[in-house]
Design a protein around this ligand. Structure first.
Ligand SMILES: *[C@@H]1O[C@H](CO)[C@@H](O)[C@H](O)[C@H]1NC(C)=O
Length: 209
């Protein structure tokens, strides 16, 4: 009996705090900082902060890549703020591709919902790891490494990805080179690519310089 009596004041003191550190729902009216958004006041937090419905429908495929990536990062889903997690939905049409890219701030877990996806990455020793991932199967991409996803076979595919950060960041290699104002002579010098090829790709991807 005695130990239970001792517990009662302890329980009361832990449940009577209206504000706690269980979560820090983003106050998106403030600006993002390297340590995340400031917390919305606890009294303003509701269940709707912890559900995100924006990945339930397919994204609109971008013509050039026949694919769509729909993010559920902290900017879309304030409940993930401070939890070290976020997600995205991948829709790939037939032959669709998420071009070679990296997320500087997160490792990535791919979960295939339908279809087959050829996924792969290159590590910092330039070893290449590629697998065809089927419905219900998983693949991981270590943080910061260049990687890709391609629809395998003749059909499209749908997948969800989970990131180990609320804000994984995204850098697409071809966009950095050919959709930017990076001067063509310097791209050629720093990548060993033929300037004619660089100009052609800039024409397709909208780069200048
Ligand atoms: C919190 O709720 C109060 C009352 O509805 C509102 O005035 C205030 O702007 C809200 N703050 C944030 C950060 O959402």
């Amino acid at each position: 009996m005695l130990p239970i009596l001792f517990l009662i004041p302890l329980l009361l003191s832990t449940t009577s705090h209206a504000s706690n550190q269980d979560f820090c729902v983003a106050d998106l009216t403030a600006s993002d900082t390297p340590s995340g958004y400031p917390c919305k006041p606890a009294a303003n937090v509701t269940s709707s902060d912890f559900i995100y419905t924006g990945l339930s429908a397919p994204g609109e495929l971008i013509k050039l890549i026949n694919a769509a990536v729909t993010p559920a990062f902290v900017g879309q889903f304030p409940g993930v703020n401070s939890l070290g997690l976020s997600a995205a939905r991948l829709d790939l049409g037939p032959g669709g591709v998420v071009p070679l890219h990296s997320h500087p701030g997160a490792s990535e877990l791919l979960i295939v919902k339908s279809g087959h996806i050829t996924a792969g990455f290159v590590d910092s020793a330039n070893s290449v790891y590629i697998a065809t991932v089927k419905t219900g199967e998983l693949f991981v991409f270590p943080q910061g490494l260049l990687h890709f996803q391609v629809a395998a076979g003749k059909k499209g595919a749908v997948a969800f990805v989970v990131f180990s950060s609320t804000n994984p960041g995204l850098q697409i290699l071809d966009f950095a080179l050919f959709a930017s104002s990076f001067p063509t002579p310097l791209i050629s010098k720093t990548t060993f690519l033929d300037p004619e090829l660089i100009k052609k790709l800039k024409g397709v991807l909208g780069g200048s310089g």
